[in-house]
Ligand binder design. Sequence first.
Ligand code: PLP
Length: 412
Amino acid sequence: MNDMTPTDMPAETKTDLFSRFDPLIKQRQDLLDTGVTDPFSLVMEKVLSPTTAICSGRETILLGTYNYMGMTFDPDVIAAGKQALDDFGAGTTGSRVLNGTYAGHRAVEDALKEFYGMDHAMVFSTGYQANLGIISTIAGKGDYIVLDIDSHASIWDGCKMGDAEVVPFKHNDIEAMEKRLKRIPEGAGKLVILEGVYSMLGDIAPLKEMIRVAKENGAMVLVDEAHSMGFIGPNGRGVAEDQGVLDQVDFVIGTFSKSVGTVGGFCVSNHPKFEIMRLVCRPYVFTASLPPSVVATAATSIRKLMHAGNKRAHLWENSRTLHKALTGLGFKLGTAEPQSAIIAVIMPDLERGAMMWEALLREGLYVNLARPPATPAGMTLLRCSLCAEHTAEQVEIITGMFERAGKAIGII
Ligand SMILES: Cc1ncc(COP(=O)(O)O)c(C=O)c1O
């Protein structure tokens, strides 16, 4: 044994490729050595409802699930899934372009077309794959992708998988976006990628202005509405609908893993040539399609979300109430006003963030702990996502839990 660390060994003796993870392994171990519970290995032992589960043997309020509209336990959604299991079996064992398109896949794409009022809908196995597939396929060699620097990992990975030049701009900065668009060589294809709601801080994009600038500069526009579908906008179509610019968006990307309450991803579009995507988009072609029970639950959920105005209003009420209460207690939040169903509570550092996360869990509250590199500006966040099924009483209980935990850890 020699005592050289992997990084100062000669290149040819660096045999353990895992040595690149040593800093992260150390950071995790240092955190666990403080005695804190591992925030990334929680087990839901039983899920009781969209807002409650048994974790470590105790009933826990869920405030970090992105189950915005609480559709996971909707009786019609569950019945549709059970029926599809009986009628079509457990899985398709095939790609959408071979044996993996069942009636249910067409039905969920029809539901999406109706939900968005768009001509085309294409369903992927996850939202991650939808971004990978659409971005890497539509923007090719010689094209330019201009994207917000705080874009989701699946957007970055979609850019990486394709051959286009990738040009990031400062988060939500319209001028920075415009400057980059104007520098793109004459004649090159341009794709601007934005999100409706940015999930780390829960802030929304000024889509109206950004899309205007993108269009003035000859760019196509893709908007990821993962965290706004079902909730934001008069019909729950997202931030683009809310700001009156949905008709100018070329591609909307979304997921079934948040408001829809199951798993899957999609792209909807009015582009007249959109259907060719089914033959050329590798993350659509070279993977098995979603199980029949999943597409049946998704289709039922999406159709119910078209008529969920009361639920949307209640979710806004929950978001406003919690935002006001946490601000009043002295917590620092990601946005000055509630802009979505996500409320991000900014922690002073990872250690105290993990301690606060654990203190909340002991109180009986689950939130998401988020840390760099997933977060912007190196922040540690406790991300709260509200649900339309949280009662006003639960929101009050949650506030009390934050107050006790925050005082115990010394954050407020
Ligand atoms: C903005 C955004 N896009 C895409 C995804 C991927 O969705 P899925 O869970 O369906 O893979 C997520 C998931 O967190 C997301 O936040």
